[in-house]
Design a protein around this ligand. Sequence first.
Ligand code: IPM
Ligand code: MG
Length: 357
Amino acid sequence: MSKTILVLPGDGIGPEIMAEARKVLDKLNAQHNLGIKVEEDVVGGAAIDADGVPLPDRTLAKARAADAILFGSIGGPKWDNIERSIRPERGLLKLRSELGLFANLRPAILYPQLAGASSLKPEIVAGLDILIVRELTGGIYFGQPRGIRTLENGEREGYNTDIYRESEIRRIAKVAFELAAKRGNKVCSVDKANVMEVTELWKQVVTEVAKDYPAAQLSHMYVDNAAMQLVRAPKQFDVIVTGNLFGDILSDEASMLTGSIGMLPSASLDESGKGMYEPCHGSAPDIAGQGVANPLATILSLAMLFRYSLNLPQVATQIEQAVGKVLDQGLRTADIYSEGTRKVGTKEMGDAVVAAL
Ligand code: IPM
Ligand code: MG
């Protein structure tokens, strides 16, 4: 049966990096006769401009119908001052929550060719392979009540609610343990249980789930310490499982260990393995339109799409190897450039990956 992929380029550098991922997808589609149908639509700021909302019903319907979604990036200064409830970011959050994409997988893998691009010493990061499993549809990003209110004395007060149900913690913990079993079988659960009740429950539930995975090694770490350990001795980690907010922050931090956030793909999966795939980086408005953005995170997200949603691991590996080859050839976009390598733009990088397939 033919599969459908919905492509959502979004804003900023989104369209540029997506164009390169599309070339890779089109090439593989033809090369292996996959018969994949590709649809495209707007989301985020582009959707606000076209439809007045960051996630039009049409886009959401296409996302529901698709077998997988490849997402670029959203947001930019142009839409920063519109009402919060229809900002670009809300489009992404709504897409994640409407589709039940609760499990966000963010691998931070250091390509050996990029050891010099990391801000840490090569010996600290060489061989780094961390998987951050971030809960994506709960916690403080969705908790109610939330808002900005004016108190009686006229002072304004902002508030959010960090809230997790046992069932939400249990299902993300399971995902972490299942994935850990296929790699180092070490899970570090990150919380702030010394201060926040919601994460005290998090810690308890993860500990309960661990009983079903006796071979796994579970540890717990406060988020402040985890942030420090990630730059002190990152190789101590295998799988990190944590809530929405901490996962958002720690995954940006982990990405820098690998040289550039421009290299980091991600997968957001529902209970059945349907998923949305997106680079971890944002829309980078400062470099949008210049043709210098790194398309590799999006191309590697496409690889994850083949692996997790289309069940074609050999195609995923083919993409990953092509990226490795291109790095071996010394091609670098500005974000991963170092002396002795060759600086290329977005298109040239995409073309090189296609050629290496
Ligand atoms: C991410 C981004 C998003 C998030 C924003 C754009 C809403 O930072 O995917 O990490 O916070 O989840
Ligand atoms: Mg983020």
